[in-house]
Each structure stands twice: as C-alpha cells, then as structure tokens.
Ligand binder design. Structure first.
Ligand code: ZN
Length: 372
C-alpha cells in the first residue's frame, strides 16, 4: 500500500444540490480508502455567466487516502456516476454531483510542494472559499499564497459565494464571522433523515420538538455505522496480516470476541460472543483480525446463522486451513423486547468445516476449549 496522502476534494451540484452535496459527502465518508477529516459548510453561488441558470452549491472535503491521483479520480468518477452524473464538456450543464480533486499531497514529508492542484484552485471563489474553510494553511503552488489569503481577497472583491448549510460531522465550534450563515443546519444523509422524520410523524411524535430535532441526523449516522460492513471487504480488513505458521499445526482458538449486529427481520440488535478455531495449514492470522472479519459481516442486516457461516467461509478462504469452527452465542432484542421468548435465552449457532466436521475428536477438543 502507498503512503497516506492529504487531499482536498471540491464538491459541486446544481441539480437538487441540497440533497446531492450531503449525499456526496456521505459517499466519501463511506469510502474504504478515503478517510474524511474535515468537511466545509455548503456554499451557494450563482451560475457563472448564465442568466436564469440554477444556483450552484459547493463544498470541500479534507481527507487522507492511499490512492494514487489516477486511481482516486476513478473512484470519484464512480461516486459521481452512482449519483447520476453524466459528464459533458458544457461547464453549465446540469450536474447532480461534481467531485474535483483540488489538492493532492504527501502529509508525511512536510510541505514538499502540493501536487495536482486544480486549475481554478486559486481563482474561482466557489472553489477557493470552501477549501479555505477546511485547509486554510495549504499553499497554492500557482500563487504561493495560502488558500485563506486567496479566499479573503476573493471575498473582499464581492464574491457572491455564501455559506448556507452545514454538513460537517462535528458541531461547529463557532459560526461567528461567517456572514449569511444562520443557525447551522447539519445534514448527513438527506434522504434517510427525511424518512426518519416521516417515521417519527407516523408513530405520532413531533419531530420538531427539542429532544427529537437532531434525531433524524443521529439515526442516519448510527445506521450508516451499523451497516458499514456493506462497504468493507474481508481482504481490506485482513490487509496482508497473514503469516507463516512455521510448521505449527496446533489448533488456534479465539473466544469471547464481542459483536453487535442487527437482525434483518426487525432491524433490532442482536449481540453476543463468537468463538473461532482453526487448524493451520501453513498460514495463521493476527488474532485481532478475527474480530475485524466478524465486524465486516456483523455490521450488516443479518441472521445469526448466515453471520456464523460467513465468518467460517472468510477464515477458510483467507487461510485455507485443515478445518475451521465458529460458534456464535447471541441475544436477540427482537425476541427479548417483544416478549416472544424468555428474556435470558440466547441462541447458539455453529459452523464446522474440514477436520472439525469429519473428526469428532477435533470437534470435541474445540467445544471443550470454548466451554472452559
Ligand atoms: Zn428479529
């Protein structure tokens, strides 16, 4: 893997921008190889040189990635395409989402000169002003000036770029000093938040009362985290942490691995502990990776049986061991809260592969280790 580099991505939209910019930010946050560090507010600006054209919304994201510029651009194009963007040469054509790589640089070596600055990174107010909010000290190689200096100058020249909405994760420390920015509406996932608001109304609640005002936002963030397994693969979490067993063929056992998942029938939590054993055939894996593999599958809508099998399959595919065994013991809130079963009952599922399936002694040895 390449070293991590700092990047600045500019976002723009003039088709349902109030939906598309926050959705674009959310897609960047969910990307497995882009770690979003800071997000600017959303700024509104009139379309350049076209009377009656819809206003643009713009924002900027500071992130860290291990992708090379060409790979990164390809990933950005992919996110744009998923949000319905069709690229044309017309700069004023309707666009659901534009993702532009504004800056790309190596944070490891100090200020060794920013690479790949976008052409308009020092001239276009709708690019520079959001960027200055999240990366004020970054120096534009064209002008040699910080983005903050350039943005201040562009703003004093009468730029019509003004902040209108907040899509940052963290609560703004202060909103003073930003003209035209009111009470800071933070948006994470507009579609999910609208649905949660409707859901609250459906159950007879008032989504505008104080205690619920930020609930749709919180639910959207929580749901995103709890289902983040859909965006992760076993290969990514294992990330090469497979080692030579140096001839050892003894059973490797890990137990008490905590997990939290959501049942796909009620979208309510089920949680418990996982025990895993395998008989190495030349390869072993870092113990912490077993928990990470479990998370890849637990952070999805699940049934316990499938979760158990998927963990076993993942270990089998990663290590090609003589055998693998997985036992999952969990409590299901959909049963406990709805009074379907006894409150304290838990469900146990298992998956036995290879030697654990064919050899009763191996299986018994594992079961005794798990019980002890
Ligand atoms: Zn359920």
């Amino acid at each position: 893997m390449a070293d991590d580099v700092g990047i600045v991505i500019g976002l723009g939209s003039n088709v349902e921008p109030a939906l598309n910019i926050p959705e674009g930010v959310r897609q960047l946050r969910r990307h497995a190889r882009i770690a979003v560090k800071r997000v600017s507010r959303i700024y509104e600006s009139p379309a350049v040189g076209v009377a009656g054209a819809p206003d643009f919304h713009n924002a900027a994201v500071l992130a860290v990635t291990d992708l090379e510029p060409a790979q990164l651009r390809k990933e950005l194009r992919g996110i744009e395409a998923r949000q319905g963007r069709q690229r044309t040469s017309d700069r004023n054509a309707p666009r659901t989402l534009d993702l532009d790589l504004v800056y790309y640089d190596d944070l490891v070596a100090e200020f060794d000169g920013w690479r790949v600055p976008a052409a308009d990174a020092s001239t276009a107010p709708h690019v520079v002003i959001p960027v200055a909010e999240i990366a004020p000290d970054w120096i534009n190689p064209g002008s040699g000036l910080t983005t903050n200096t350039v943005a201040t100058k562009l703003a004093s020249d009468g730029s019509k770029v003004r902040p209108i909405m907040d899509v940052r994760v963290s609560t703004p420390a202060t909103t003073t000093g930003h003209d035209g920015f009111g009470d800071g509406i933070e948006v994470y996932s507009p579609r999910v938040e609208a649905l949660v608001r409707e859901q609250l109304e459906e159950i007879g609640e008032d989504p505008t009362r104080e205690g619920l005002a930020r609930t749709p936002l919180r639910v959207a963030k929580a749901l995103d985290f709890l289902t983040s397994g859909y965006q992760t693969t076993v290969e990514e979490v294992v990330n090469g942490a497979i080692f030579d067993s140096e001839g050892a063929e003894e059973m490797v056992t890990v137990k008490g691995v905590e997990f939290y998942s959501m049942c796909e029938h009620h979208m309510l939590p089920f949680f418990g502990q996982i025990a895993v054993a395998y008989l190495p055939r030349g390869k072993i894996i870092g113990l912490s990776k077993i928990a990470r593999i479990a998370e890849v599958y637990a952070r999805r809508l699940q049934v316990q049986e499938r979760l158990t099998n998927q963990i076993a399959d993942a270990i089998e595919n990663s290590l090609d061991p003589y055998g693998v065994a997985v036992i999952v013991e969990a409590k299901h809130l959909c049963m406990m809260m709805r009074g379907v079963q006894k409150q304290e009952s838990s469900m146990i599922t298992s998956a036995m592969r290879g030697t654990f399936q064919t050899n009763a002694r191996t299986r018994t040895e594992f079961l005794e280790l798990v019980r002890s």
